[in-house]
Design a protein around this ligand. Structure first.
Ligand SMILES: Nc1ncnc2c1ncn2[C@@H]1O[C@H](COP(=O)(O)OP(=O)(O)OP(=O)(O)O)[C@@H](O)[C@H]1O
Length: 269
């Protein structure tokens, strides 16, 4: 059984079906991508897994236990860590203190008995932002702030790491280093589940990819197979290579676009 099993999850917001019978897994030692056009339901899936959003239907199983009724803090305490699309650091604290707060909260009462400085500095070094340790979090570049988010998350020693668009704001070299870091984390046994629009990164680091479109999983598998899947090409481009050059294809699902204005991202290549 996989570490995380999302089973037949449905989330409705009034008349909008944000997630529609989605089933997928993420497992220890693997990097799993959750991709899809804007409004496809990716963040809502993350919210269901972390407990911020109650599913209308379906089940989330973590380490073999149904966690549907677990509150957010209990999930976090059991090793489900998450970064957000919107940066959530304490702007008036230094980069180091941001990570120290996360580290000490995770350690609970015992954290007062053991010094956190060495661990915190090691984490900053690991994600590549040690040089910013003494800077206020609201003064650092966006890409650096994303890495700070990751360091804060890693301070809680997650077994399942959910990353929401972690590479946005990173330059090419930073993205390459970030990809290597993800592989290292997975190599240490962490389960990484990543929502990401940078298809080069997704295709190069993911072991498995699930593609959401209009709330439904339309394809799952290894990167090469997903990239070649006509349903994925239609979801991203509106047409597939197998349809011929001039074909104009209707959206993959018959459902009305949930956002009323879906962005079609570049096809995975
Ligand atoms: N709290 C909410 N109330 C109503 N509708 C919502 C709510 N949260 C999300 N939605 C809608 O659900 C759908 C899925 O949104 P979601 O943010 O999960 O998509 P996404 O794939 O993460 O998009 P993006 O890539 O733009 O972040 C969208 O139509 C969105 O407008």
């Amino acid at each position: 059984m996989a570490l995380l099993d999302v089973d037949d999850v449905v989330v409705r917001f009034g008349g909008v079906t944000a997630v529609n019978e989605a089933s997928f897994t993420a497992d220890s030692g693997l990097i799993t991508g959750l991709i899809g056009p804007n409004g496809a339901g990716k963040t809502t899936c993350f919210n269901v897994i972390t407990g911020l959003q109650k599913p209308t239907r379906g089940k989330v199983t973590y380490r073999g236990r149904n966690i549907n009724h677990w509150p957010v803090h209990k999930r976090a305490g059991h090793g489900i860590g998450r970064t957000f699309q919107r940066l959530e650091a304490f702007g008036s604290l230094t980069v180091r203190d941001n990570v120290r707060v996360a580290h000490d909260i995770h350690g609970g009462v015992l954290s007062w008995l053991r010094p956190s400085a060495a661990n915190v500095d090691a984490l900053l070094d690991r994600v590549g932002i040690a040089e910013y340790a003494g800077e206020r979090a609201d003064s650092i570049p966006t890409g650096t702030a994303r890495l700070l988010e990751l360091a804060r998350c890693l301070a809680s020693d997650p077994k399942l790491l959910l990353l929401d668009e972690p590479s946005s704001g990173l330059d090419e070299a930073e993205t390459d280093a970030f990809g290597e870091l993800l592989k290292d984390l997975a190599g240490e046994g962490c389960a990484v589940l990543m929502v990401e629009h940078d298809m080069d990164l997704v295709m190069s680091v993911c072991d498995e990819i699930h593609v959401l479109d209009f709330g439904q999983i339309i394809a799952s598998g290894q990167p090469a197979g997903v990239r070649a899947d006509p349903r994925v090409q239609r979801a991203y481009l509106g047409y597939s290579e197998t349809d011929g050059d001039t074909a104009v294809i209707e959206p993959v699902t018959g459902q009305v676009a949930a956002t009323g204005g879906q962005h079609r991202a570049e096809v995975p290549s």
